[in-house]
Each structure stands twice: as C-alpha cells, then as structure tokens.
Design a protein around this ligand. Structure first.
Ligand SMILES: NC(=O)c1ccc[n+]([C@@H]2O[C@H](COP(=O)([O-])OP(=O)(O)OC[C@H]3O[C@@H](n4cnc5c(N)ncnc54)[C@H](OP(=O)(O)O)[C@@H]3O)[C@@H](O)[C@H]2O)c1
Length: 295
C-alpha cells in the first residue's frame, strides 16, 4: 500500500469543515464509500458535539498556513467548507489555504431565509446594529444568536432577555435575563409555546437559513411580533452549492480522479499479488470502508 502523511494514499481523502447539520449529513453520505476517506473538522466550540460519521478532528488549524500544512500532511484531495454561514474566518482561511495547497474547494451553504406574508422583519448588519434597533421594537427579547457576542446586548438595561444557546455563555451579557440551554431542531408548536410562556414581544436571530431552526420565525408570525434578522457576512469566494446532494456529486467527481492520480504517482512496489489489496474500483468491503470515529 502507498502512504501519504502516514495514511493510505490509495484512498481519496476529503476534508469536510463542519459544525453544521449539512456537514454531518455530507459526512454520513460519503463515509464508507469505496475508495473514500472522510475527515470532518470541528472547531471545538461545543462541549459535547454530535460526531459526524467517518474520522473526526477537533480544534483550530492555526490559520491559513496551518490548514494548508495539515491538508498536505493528511494527503487531502478535496475540501468542502460546510461551516455555518456566519463562520467567516474559517471560510476565508479555507479559500486561502486551498489556493496555497492547490486543492479544489467547494462551499456548501444553505440558502438564507426569505420573509413571508405576515412577517415583520427588520434587517440588521451586525449584532451591534440589532442591539441598536431593539428598544424601539420590544421589551421582552428572545435572543437566539448563540453564546458568542452577547456583550453587544449587555447595555440594554431596560429590556428582559430569554437567551438560548447550546452551552452556557460567559462574559458580558444582559443583566436581566434567563438562559435556556438547548440544541435544535425546534418545532413551530414548541417555539410558539415557549414564546407565549415568556411573553416574548421581539425575536433576534441570525439569517442562518434551513428548516431545523425556522420554527421560531413561524411562531413570531403567528404571534405578530417583529423579528430582527441579522444579515449574513459576505459569502465565500469558492464555488458554492446550496444542498448536500450537490456537494456529494461534486466530491465524487473529485475523489476518483484524485485517488487515481495518487496511486499512479506511487505505484505499489510489491510484485507479489498477495501484497496488493483489491483495486479501489472493485468495491470490495476493505477498499475504503468507513473507519470508526478516530479523533
Ligand atoms: N458563527 C455561528 O453563528 C455558528 C453557528 C453554528 C455553528 N457554527 C460552527 O461553529 C464553528 C465556529 O464558528 P465561528 O463563527 O466561531 O468560526 P470562525 O470565526 O469562522 O473561525 C474562527 C477560528 O475557529 C477555527 N475554526 C472554525 N471552524 C472550524 C472548523 N470547522 N474546524 C477547525 N477549526 C475551525 C479556526 O481556527 P484556526 O484559524 O486556528 O484554524 C478559525 O480561524 C464553525 O465550525 C461553525 O460551522 C458557527
């Protein structure tokens, strides 16, 4: 077997930059395909993350150079940036690192939400803009922007906040508040009941898109309350697709060619047939079956 970075170079290796439902879905659909090795990367922000299928690594790479070096050392053939639409830095790093390492890069980003009849949306360019809009729109706020950046709302002493996030927040945040630790998906009926229970009169959200957390938008419409919708940052410069199935097609188009090139560049040295594994295209179970979650 030929090796690259201590790994099997006969496998086509895809790096999925993750932290989203779509990233996990992509890993689930790719892991275990013959000839393919899938490594998902998580930032390590969430204490107890849901682990994607295939291999998993956790923690930052150390900037653009760190990501490029890591991808080379692991023999990566293609990268899918499936991070959250608001994870700006890692998306920019992926563009620069893939250019440096000569790797194909795809951005998988779900479309943003669109207002419907009956919605009362107010667009904001940032968390600070949202905080500036809030006092004119309501007094009891459902804040669903995550645990980072809560300091932007800390000065709003006359408002009460229901803050929902996965892990407990720390640092500056509104003094008058209740923190609700929860992880989606969130259904419309449960969101409606929650917002009624806390007499919420304004919702603040990022334009994350997708169906899993859209129940709060339906509930806000049902209650006739305003929504502050924080705009997405500039989209990645990489070629982008909106859905997992398109990303699967892109990866499977990249990986066979890449795996073939690796194998051709490092032909097996052993002449004895028993030293060779089955060819990747044989579909034999040991020619690229999913590894258990490793790191
Ligand atoms: N921002 C959100 O609203 C949001 C919501 C839901 C989920 N997430 C997920 O949470 C993660 C962090 O989001 P963020 O907004 O803090 O990111 P960010 O600001 O774009 O990234 C900051 C740094 O975190 C590291 N990092 C981010 N994502 C990584 C990944 N998937 N694998 C390895 N390192 C990663 C990188 O460190 P190095 O420079 O050291 O490589 C990056 O420079 C993302 O993976 C994202 O998908 C974010």
């Amino acid at each position: 077997m030929t090796r690259a970075g201590g790994r099997d170079a006969d496998l086509g290796t895809v790096l999925v930059l993750g932290g989203t439902f779509e990233a996990r879905e992509l890993a689930a659909q790719l892991a275990g395909r013959p000839g393919m090795r899938v490594i998902s990367s998580l930032a390590g922000r969430v204490r107890d993350p849901i682990r994607p299928a295939g291999e998993v690594r956790i923690g930052g790479f150390g900037g653009v150079q760190g990501l490029a070096d890591w991808a080379r050392a692991e023999g990566v053939h293609a990268v899918v940036d499936a991070t959250h639409p608001f994870a700006e830095t890692i998306s920019a790093n992926a563009v620069a690192a893939c250019a440096q390492a000569g790797l194909p890069l795809l951005r998988l980003a779900r479309p943003g939400w669109q207002p419907r009849d009956g919605d009362d949306w107010h667009r904001a360019g940032s968390l600070a803009d949202a905080a500036a809009l809030l006092p004119a729109l309501g007094a009891r706020v459902f804040l669903t922007t995550g645990r980072q950046g809560l300091a932007a709302f800390a000065g709003l002493h006359d408002l009460w906040f229901l803050i929902r996030c996965v892990d407990a927040p720390d640092g500056a945040m509104p003094a008058s508040r209740e923190v609700l630790l929860a992880r989606g998906p969130y259904a419309r009926a449960a969101e409606l009941a929650l917002m009624r229970r806390f007499a919420i009169d304004v919702l603040v959200t990022k334009d994350s898109g997708g169906s899993l957390t859209a129940g709060k938008l339906d509930a806000a419409r049902d209650l006739g309350i305003p929504v502050i919708m924080i705009r997405r940052p500039e989209s990645s410069a990489a070629k982008s697709v909106p859905a997992v199935d398109a990303a699967v097609r892109w990866v499977t188009g990249q990986i066979p060619a890449a795996a073939h090139l690796s194998a051709a560049a490092h032909p097996p040295a052993a002449a004895h047939p028993s030293d060779r594994g089955p060819p990747p295209e044989s579909g034999a179970p040991d020619s690229g079956a999913a590894e258990p979650a490793a790191r």
